[in-house]
Design a binder for this molecule. Structure first.
Ligand code: NOJ
Length: 772
């Protein structure tokens, strides 16, 4: 109440008393359901005081002028200021720092009639200023604890900067490497996206949203955005009902169950209906069947874009369709503020729907404690002390090293001895202190990451000679350092090969070459779809030339999507997938390169042999004509194998894990029965290591065809050298059920296959039957 008490208008006094009278001392749970009656009373007490324009105002979100993350709507600052003063804005995005958020909140608190605090939002996707690996990379850790920890640190830094709400996690299933936003999620698998999404939500929101270090999360983009046709950004999505329910929606259901405070809908249409205007998804399923009581924010301008889709005649109709479909807050499309009042007066939008939307927004503001203190996130001391701390950087290094995937290590070039005589560190990304921050880097400072070169120099013995050469530049700089990601058109260096000669000289002199290649940080992210997923610029020339003079090459990849590695895979002996690992990138890579950390990451996406295979995902259907090497009339390609180059779940270690003695305690269960599965796993090498033990299941025949296998569980376990452990899983109805022809989730009787192994191509298999 601190700040509110300073303001003494009669209305405010009344509201203050209402809040005080109902103040609930018990910690507010992150889970927004079941309903907290006292909270609902407080929400209703505010709602009862609101005029229609103020209610609509709560459903309006404006962009701050600093950091647009979408096309500008051309509304002046003065216009927005007046609206803030009238209490006709509920939220702002892209406003950061304690000083600015306080200044903006003050406008509302000092001028508006009801003084309902703003909620400030920002895209904190993989860290605020301490930058963690891009979400796709972090997902490769398959380590839910560290994923939750990294989100918690991001929340702490965000909250310390005055912001209450992040637009994360993205839990869109992404099967197409061409789609630039594949970098933002947990990849192609439904189960992995569900559990990682929940870990991120728990990290952001903590146990209690009202605690000062927690922020509201946002499950996005509801729904289907990741299936954009041909991987082209914002493109049409056509997906059948069963696939939607079985493959795309479960991570969102898990997020709703975990109490995520908000959802964001999506730019795409699904089978002719824009997600923003999708009543069946938002009002009926999410808010109805799932009984979720947070609020849905539109994506940037997506309400007005329904006109462009050809779904709404004009902006007014767009507002009507969106609100009625269950989109509660309008991000920067100015449709709600312009037309909702008329629509209510004309009876096209009911006041009940408006009230429901406002209640949802107020609920989250109460949960965050903003009514108790609208400035509770405005604390300069926290802003000074809680951001980019040594402790946060140490954790970022830990998360980063665990996100690295060892793709190839023929002739055991890795790990390199720290006392090796000489290393040539080559490549356009080797000395970069900026690319490792990746896209969506929030407040990650330009050039602030530890480069690979720095990481290597810090790790090796004083006697080791390092030769560094860039070789080629990947891009030609077109914008000022630190420019907004959307003002960042890329121009690739397709001609300049002047540095290759010096790189070859370095490679010839060295015992081993570490070659850092891949993508520019801004090749992936929003609006960054590509038809080509191999090496841009003259990188391939550099790789080929270096390999000719020195065969001991370790390729370190930095990239935001699965790449086509076919041009290097046959020859380069060692390949490390390092994504964009964030602030501590160079240290983390050095930890793995020199064996201080034994790599344990596993791919959350399939890596293709050719871009033409995309969308490529392991959990596809069998078809009526699955692969048969003897005839051409099978489902495959005549010029490329059908399989991935590196399958989902794949990743090597400096040791080896053998799987044996897969056993089930019974071969038959009833629909609600359970099976205890055990498997023995042995670390057969002479170093300790961690393995992600993966469980896959297939329902052999069903009322709706099922994928050839699906991940249903995993465990990341540490093994000492030589150690054998018995690993147990319980197979239950949760793992066997799916959205059937009856349009409900249920287990169908029949035969099931089950596999356990270190990746999705595992062949260690058993089977069981489910009876009625
Ligand atoms: C558009 C993106 O699709 C969404 O993910 C993001 O949160 C908003 N812009 C706000 O920046």
């Amino acid at each position: 109440m601190k700040q509110l008490n300073l303001l003494v208008t009669p209305t405010l006094l009344l509201i203050s008393l209402l809040y005080l009278g109902c103040k609930d001392k018990t910690p507010t749970k992150t889970t927004l359901t079941p309903v907290n009656t006292q909270l609902e009373q407080r929400v209703d007490s505010v709602l009862a005081l609101m005029h229609l324009n103020e209610k609509i105002g709560q459903l309006v979100q404006y962009n701050g002028r600093w950091d647009a993350t979408g096309p500008s709507a051309n509304k002046s600052d003065q216009y927005k200021l007046e609206k803030l003063k009238k209490g006709e804005v509920g939220s702002m995005l892209n406003i950061t720092s304690v000083a600015t958020t306080r200044e903006t909140q003050k406008i509302v608190m000092e001028h508006s009639r009801l003084k309902i605090p703003l909620i400030f939002a920002y895209d904190v996707i993989h860290g605020y200023k301490t930058i963690f690996p891009i979400p796709l990379g972090e997902s490769a850790s398959w380590d839910l604890d560290i994923i939750q920890q990294s989100a918690a640190i991001a929340a702490k830094e965000t909250a310390a900067s005055g912001i209450h709400w992040t637009f994360a996690p993205m839990i869109d299933i992404s099967r197409d490497a061409r789609w630039g936003r594949i970098m933002e999620g947990a990849g192609e698998d439904t189960y992995l996206n569900s559990v990682i999404g929940v870990a991120r939500i728990k990290g952001f929101q903590g146990e209690d949203l009202s605690l000062p270090h927690t922020i509201a999360a946002c499950a996005k983009h509801f729904a289907g955005y990741g299936l954009a046709e041909s991987g082209r950004e914002y493109n049409t999505v056509n997906i059948g009902e069963h696939e939607l329910h079985n493959a795309i929606l479960p991570p969102f259901k898990a997020a709703a169950n975990a109490g995520v405070a908000t959802f964001m809908n999506a730019f795409n249409e699904i089978d002719g209906i824009p997600a923003t205007g999708h009543k069946v998804l938002q009002r009926d399923l999410l808010k109805g069947n799932w009984n979720w009581n947070g609020f849905v924010v539109s994506d940037w301008g997506s309400i007005a874009e329904m006109q462009v889709h050809g779904y709404a005649e004009d902006k007014k109709q767009a507002a009507e369709l969106a609100l009625n479909a269950g989109s509660d807050m309008d991000m920067e499309s100015f449709s709600y503020e312009g037309f909702l009042e008329t629509l209510v007066n004309e009876g096209k939008v009911s006041i009940a729907h408006i009230d429901d939307a406002v209640r949802r927004v107020l609920r989250v503001k109460f949960e965050l404690g903003l009514f108790d203190d609208p400035y509770k996130y405005c604390d300069e001391t926290r802003e000074k002390n809680d951001i980019y701390t040594t402790e946060h950087l140490e954790i970022a290094r830990d998360v980063a090293k665990k996100s690295i995937v060892l793709l190839k290590n023929d002739s055991k070039l890795l790990p390199i001895s720290k006392t090796v005589k000489s290393i040539a560190v080559i490549g356009p990304l080797a000395d970069s202190k900026d690319e490792p921050l990746g896209n969506w880097r929030a407040k990650g400072e330009y050039n602030s990451a530890v480069s690979l070169l720095e990481g290597i120099k810090n790790a090796v013995s004083p006697s080791t000679k390092i030769y560094y050469e860039k070789g080629v530049a990947l891009t030609i700089p077109t914008v000022k350092p630190g420019d907004n990601q959307f003002s960042h058109p890329l121009k690739f260096n397709n001609t300049d090969t002047w540095g290759i000669h010096a790189a070859l000289e370095a490679a010839k002199k060295a015992d081993i070459v570490v070659l850092a290649v891949g993508e520019d940080a801004y090749q992936s992210g929003e609006g960054r779809s590509q038809t080509n997923i191999s090496f841009f610029g003259r990188q391939q020339d550099l790789i080929d030339a270096v390999y000719k003079v020195n065969k001991n090459v370790v390729v370190v990849l930095m990239n935001g999507r699965p790449m086509d590695l076919s041009a290097i895979n046959d020859k380069i002996p060692s390949i490390l997938e390092c994504w964009f690992l964030g602030s501590e990138s160079g240290h983390a890579i050095a930890d793995v390169v020199f064996g201080d950390y034994n790599p344990s990451g596993k791919l959350p996406v399939s890596f293709p042999r050719h871009v033409g295979q995309e969308p490529l995902y392991y959990n596809h259907k069998n078809t009526g004509r699955p692969y048969n090497s003897k005839i051409v009339t099978y489902s495959g390609y005549t010029d490329t194998a059908k399989t991935a180059l590196y399958p989902f779940g794949y990743g090597l270690s400096y040791t080896r894990f053998d799987y044996h003695n897969l056993s089930l305690n019974t071969s038959e269960i009833s629909k609600d029965g359970k099976i205890n599965l055990t498997v023995e796993v042995t670390n057969t090498g002479d170093v300790d290591g961690e393995e992600v033990i993966q469980l896959y299941i297939r329902d052999i025949a069903a009322s709706v065809t099922r994928p050839i296998k699906e991940l249903k569980g995993f465990k990341k376990i540490k093994f000492e050298a030589g150690e054998t452990k018995t690993i147990a899983f319980t197979i239950d109805a949760e793992m066997l059920q799916f959205y059937t022809a009856n349009k409900i989730w249920e287990v169908e009787p029949g035969t099931f296959h089950v596999w356990v192994g270190g990746d999705s191509a595992t062949t260690l298999k058993s089977e069981f039957k489910v009876t009625e």
